[in-house]
Design a protein. Structure first.
Length: 190
């Protein structure tokens, strides 16, 4: 299989279902940002962290491919002529969202109470989490804008929202595990 097709040389790309759209279309920006997020999560997974975190991150990466597939599908071509759904894959479910919430609850149970915002940093691995969190928020903003124009599976948008929270808690937990400084943001007063 060739990686290059030359079909995008004029600035368009095909959605799942065959519809061609400009490469700057919000749908492409949405799933492209989810793909970027997935790469950042791979970078976190490549760090020297607890294997349990790595297992959850692999699960998240797989689910992000599902979110990307949902975003990459032309909603007008979601249902095939035979009445079946084009995406014959497990969708994002309430259980997937609950897993993120359970993981956050488990990590939060051992963390000191948060009394201030924290400045990203303290350790390279923690910084990777904060970068991923920011990319996740951007993916969520783009997906939310897309959803306003062309609604899609609500759980996919909820998943992105919960994932950014998970990445923040993971950053705090890794700071704790790595005994890295967690610098509180304390606003300067006049």
């Amino acid at each position: 299989m060739k990686v290059y097709t030359k079909t995008g040389d004029k600035g368009t790309t095909a959605l799942f279902g065959g519809t061609r759209v400009p490469k700057h279309h919000i749908r492409i920006d949405s799933y492209g940002t989810v793909d970027e997020l997935n790469s950042h999560i791979g970078l976190i997974r490549d760090q020297d962290i607890d294997p349990a975190y790595k297992a959850v991150l692999v699960s998240i990466q797989n689910k992000l491919f599902t979110v990307g597939a949902i975003l990459a599908t032309d909603p007008e071509k979601m249902i095939l002529k035979n009445g079946k759904e084009r995406l014959n894959i497990n969708k994002v479910s309430e259980e997937d969202i609950a897993l993120l919430e359970q993981e956050m609850d488990t990590m939060n149970a051992v963390l000191p109470q948060m009394t201030h915002f924290v400045l990203p940093g303290g350790h390279q691995t923690v910084s990777f989490c904060h970068i991923a969190r920011c990319v996740c928020r951007r993916a969520e903003r783009l997906a939310s804008a897309l959803n306003d124009l062309e609604p899609f599976l609500p759980e996919a948008l909820i998943y992105l929202n919960r994932l950014s929270d998970y990445l923040f808690v993971l950053a705090r937990k890794l700071s704790f595990d790595l005994q890295a400084d967690e610098v509180k943001w304390i606003p300067e007063k006049h």
